[in-house]
Design a protein around this ligand. Structure first.
Ligand code: FES
Length: 194
């Protein structure tokens, strides 16, 4: 016969409470263990993927030189552009990625910046100081001091030299930072190389 005395009822409730508390404790332990295990896992994943993430990032503005290195005499000066490069898990410091011509007019702090690569087939152009012209040694494309083709009908280059943006904030501080890009050759449109 079932014993329905209050003592037995209290005893039954007490065991049920302990069971529930035990279950909740074990559940919390599992959740905390899962979180504790997930943190190092995701941290490790971020470290492993970090080179790929950095490789995917754009170059942005790169420091090229100082404003003092470009005298205000109207003569275009050649500067190589270097940056650190990440290739999968390797990092290469100061890798050359191209070059620019910088020029400023007498009495001016404004800089003109042109990519030094000829848009015809990718040779580097020279600046002819006496003629104040950019000249390509490969197939005789000639550009005026502003980078415009002198004779577009006869010029092998399908477009003018490519202008590049200079960061005005750094320029105020006497530094020349350029939003450096290379562009596809042999096309009349200025299309950035990926
Ligand atoms: S590469 Fe400059 S003219 Fe051909």
């Amino acid at each position: 016969m079932a014993d329905s005395s209050p003592d037995v009822a209290e005893n039954t409730d007490g065991n049920g409470g302990e069971d529930r508390r035990g279950f909740v404790t074990r559940l919390m332990a599992v959740i905390c263990g899962g979180i504790a295990g997930a943190v190092p896992f995701f941290s490790g994943l971020v470290v492993i993927l970090d080179p790929l993430r950095r490789k995917a990032g754009g170059k942005g503005f790169l420091r090229v030189t100082t404003l003092d290195s470009v005298p205000d005499d109207g003569i275009a000066r050649y500067f190589p552009v270097v940056t650190d490069r990440t290739d999968a898990w390797n990092r290469y410091l100061d890798e050359p990625i191209g070059a620019v011509f910088l020029r400023r007019e007498p009495g001016s702090d404004e800089l003109q910046c042109l990519n030094a690569i000829c848009p015809h087939a990718g040779c580097f152009v020279d600046f002819n100081i006496p003629d104040k012209q950019f000249q390509c040694p490969c197939h005789d494309s000639n550009f005026d001091v502003g980078g415009t083709r002198i004779n577009p009908e006869a010029c092998p280059s399908p477009r003018d030299l490519d202008t590049l943006e200079i960061d005005p904030q750094h320029l105020k501080e006497g530094e020349v930072w350029v939003d450096f890009k290379n562009f596809l050759a042999a096309t009349p449109d200025k299309i950035e190389k990926q």
